[in-house]
Design a protein. Structure first.
Lengths: 193, 307
């Protein structure tokens, strides 16, 4: 049963839907064979220090309630069926973020007899967050890139989240590496504290 | 009252749309207060609205093994029960839209409809987490319902009426919290049990049983249950404020008193850890009911001596 709407109404409705989706990404966390390093970083992301609830991000227990599947670790043969089942239990529209080097490619476990490789070998992945393990800022940045993708913008254009004074851009202009640069790291610590 | 004004009262104001929005605003205030108590910044003001719109726009998965008709109608019944209850209480400091002798009992039962529907929704699915959640929801219903009703009957007995507007008028002249402090505490904590707020969130304990009775619900059904809970929060706070806190005669008093109560609820939520379901039952039947009954007895004796 589909309702046919006028073009402008349909556009307004789509806009409202996109707005709601961008502002309320509920996540579920699945470990498909990780060493727990990335999982601890994800838990750190959910602590009051980073307080992702101000972005509307909430950790849900049930895949039926979730919009975003945050997946860590290489996919082992044992975990494959569970990962696919969790993914299929989620209602549309659903998105997947692969967190950590192992989830991207298999990482240190690549080529093992019991490893299928990265998460994208089994289910479609929307955003890749590299790192071993990635910092909470990187995970939040991954979510923000996903939301930018939803909005239809180019994900690579999104600003760095934990950077109110755009120290990252300043670092790039100064020729430093924005992630590894000492100025940025210091700024970041101040921003969080 | 003509059909048109009745429909207006039911669908727009003071029931219906407005109370849904106020329910969302109160949910935001609750989440924000809890976040501030936990030294966080907390959600933005439109967060509950965004959650609801997103859920409404999502796919609704009807899992295998459920009764599809029940699965679809239970959220609707839950929300309509909460909305109907809003017609009988003095929300926004206005007189209730409808009033008849004994509407207190009807309102209390309408408020229980949400919990009953949640329990049935959990029992309807084959999911084991839903089943455990449903069992806990209904167990909790049986534990808090009697003391909550007793706590609301205290003011009714003092006012000598079962009509909410009459009790509210009686309570407007005096702060019944001073005369019946036990009833106030039991009513407030009963409301927390009704809304499954911490420490009474064993039925939806996400660290144990995924999401409780609503584990299998996605999209529209979950959105309607959440809306119903928001409405019930407002209606319950209105009842407690009108009965115990000197009435809600005008909108300013309504918002001031209910928000103050909400602040107390949020403080208790962040202060207390989750109780096991047997501890919940024990708390209500060993202490809540006994204390409410003792106060009830004192009231009856007092009334008898005064008469």
């Amino acid at each position: 049963m589909t309702l046919k709407l006028d073009q402008s109404w349909q556009a307004a409705l789509d806009k409202l839907k996109t707005w709601a989706r961008i502002n309320s990404p509920w996540a579920i966390h699945f470990n498909s064979g990780s060493c727990n390093g990335c999982d601890i970083e994800i838990l750190a992301t959910l602590t009051p220090r980073y307080d992702v609830e101000r972005l509307g991000i909430k950790l849900q227990g049930s895949p039926r309630h979730a919009d975003v599947l945050i997946c860590t670790g290489p996919v082992t043969r044992q975990a494959r069926d569970r990962l696919v089942r969790i993914y299929e239990q989620m209602p549309e529209p659903k998105f997947v973020i692969a967190v950590g080097s192992c989830a991207l490619s298999g990482g240190a476990f690549r080529g093992c007899y019991n490893i299928l490789g990265g998460v994208d070998q089994v289910i479609p992945v929307d955003v890749y967050v590299p790192g071993c393990p990635p910092r909470p800022e990187a995970i939040i940045d991954g979510v923000v890139k996903l939301l930018a993708k939803l909005r239809g913008a180019d994900p690579s254009d999104t600003p760095v989240v934990f950077d109110p004074d755009s120290a990252g851009e300043a670092a790039i202009l100064a020729g430093e590496d924005p992630v590894e640069g000492p100025a940025h790291a210091q700024q970041e610590e101040e921003a969080i504290a | 009252m003509s059909t048109l004004t009745a429909l207006m009262a039911l669908l727009f104001f003071p029931g219906g749309l407005i109370i849904l929005l106020v329910g969302l605003a109160y949910e935001w205030a609750d989440r924000k207060l809890v976040a501030r108590f936990q030294n966080r910044i907390g959600p933005r003001w439109f967060q509950p609205l965004a959650d609801i719109v997103k859920l409404l726009a999502k796919e609704e998965v009807v899992p295998q093994g459920v009764h599809p008709g029940l699965f679809v109608t239970l959220p609707v019944i839950a929300l309509s029960g909460a909305l109907t209850a809003a017609l009988y209480v003095p929300v926004f400091g206005l007189a209730p839209s409808y009033s008849f002798s004994g509407d207190l009992i009807v309102t209390v039962y309408l408020l229980s409809l949400l919990t009953l529907c949640t329990g049935l929704a959990g029992a309807n699915t084959l999911n084991r987490f839903s089943l455990i959640g449903a069992t806990r929801t209904l167990t909790q219903l049986f534990s808090y319902e009697a003391p909550f009703l007793l706590a609301l009957l205290g003011p009714a007995l003092a006012a000598g009426s079962w009509r909410i507007s009459a009790i509210a008028d009686y309570g407007a002249d005096r702060w019944l919290i001073l005369a019946q402090p036990v009833g106030f505490v039991v009513a407030l904590i009963g409301l927390m049990g009704k809304l499954e707020l911490p420490p009474f969130d064993a039925p939806e304990a996400e660290t144990e049983i995924v999401a409780g009775a609503l584990t299998e619900y996605s999209g529209r059904g979950l959105a309607l249950f959440r809306l119903g809970k928001g409405v019930e929060l407002v209606v319950g706070l209105t009842l407690v404020a009108a009965f115990y806190l000197g009435g809600v005669a005008n909108p300013i008093a309504f918002f001031a008193k209910t928000l103050a109560l909400l602040g107390v609820l949020a403080g208790l939520q962040s202060l207390l850890a989750r109780l096991r379901i047997d501890q919940t039952v024990g708390l209500w039947w060993r202490y809540g009911t006994i204390l409410a009954l003792v106060q009830f007895l004192i009231l009856i004796v007092w009334k008898g001596l005064a008469a």
